[in-house]
Ligand binder design. Structure first.
Ligand code: ZN
Length: 79
């Protein structure tokens, strides 16, 4: 997977992931005020804990798709 940090401010961080195998691209958004995260992949869309704005809590690891897991793993190294 290719990961890029797209934008960041006091309220949110956006990341862009491109899968090498499928050639698909996904955007992952972390809402720092709410403490939630979301991804626009199919896998994430059908996860049951989706909140009002389409995210799940950062601590809710069982409902993170593989893209979110990857971002949370490496986000400290991307600056
Ligand atoms: Zn995803």
């Amino acid at each position: 997977m290719i990961v890029e940090k797209v934008s960041k401010n006091d309220q949110w961080e956006d990341y862009f992931i491109k899968s090498k195998s499928s050639n698909k691209e996904y955007i992952i958004t972390i809402d720092l005020l709410e403490g939630t995260v979301s991804c626009d992949c199919e896998d994430f869309k059908y996860r049951k804990e989706n909140l009002r704005f389409g995210g799940v809590r950062l601590s809710d690891k069982a409902n993170h798709c593989k893209h979110i897991k990857k971002i949370l793993e490496i986000r400290d190294d991307l600056d």
